[in-house]
Design a protein around this ligand. Sequence first.
Ligand SMILES: [Mn+2]
Length: 304
Amino acid sequence: MTAHINADGDAVSSVLAMGYVLRELNKAHLLILNEPANEKYSFLQGFPDIRTAGSVDAKYNNIITLDSPGLTRIAAVNDYLADSRFIINIDHHFDNTNFGYINIVTGASSTTEILYDLIGELGLTFTRELAEMIYTGIVFDTGVYRFSITTERAYTIGAQMKRAGARIDQVAENVFLSKDYDTIKLMAHSLTALKTHLSGRVAVISVTKQDIRDICSKEPDVGDYINYLMMLKGIKVGIFMTEIDDGFFRVSLRSKHEFDVQKIAAAFNGGGHKKAGGCRLKGSVNEITDMLINEIRKHLPNTA
Ligand SMILES: [Mn+2]
């Protein structure tokens, strides 16, 4: 089982939930991600079982990909797929390329919402542990039932997971409300340097390797800085870039209202969906900002 690069709350939860299911069915299996999963998900059962690409020395025939719209999104995990691969592709991204032998791709608000149905069909019991995995995927991808992608079923399933014993306060605390000192300090630094473009409709924040060296004693968790940026009144597009290698940035794009950031990400060989996307770009913060603004300008009419 694997999920997309930089696994988020839905990706980690769906890998763990699928692992739980295979354990219940007495099927040998391996959970593997491109890089170590974020420690904030360590409250979920089975978290220590997740392996990282590079720590495995075998090829696998039977693969379940979760929350991954395409095979490029599993990155280095591709190295462990045997030529005679049989892939089951379980996902909810609308741009999923149906690359599997079996494709279970729906318009659910999270991948764990799809797993809820599979688990029901298998007749397995939702224990507290399993319920917390399903619930975590849902609340992560719906922003705790705030995003417009939230389905009615997401509420229904959430209620059932609560009934099954999911500690909803623990999930919120671990996933959204626990940040270490370095992460808060770096976020403050990043937000202080906020810049707006195109009449305040586009806003940019960044984190460079130098910022991290100056402020942090260990690796910060920058995953939701962009959520604070998106609170800016009048914003249509939010850009957050993190330097992951010298002069090489991971760019996260978010939109409000009807703007489609997937088009912007695609122009730079990235991916995502209408409201959230990403790509990787080379250059300085200013150079990358210029490139992105020039592209966004084409899609945002009547701009100074
Ligand atoms: Mn997802």
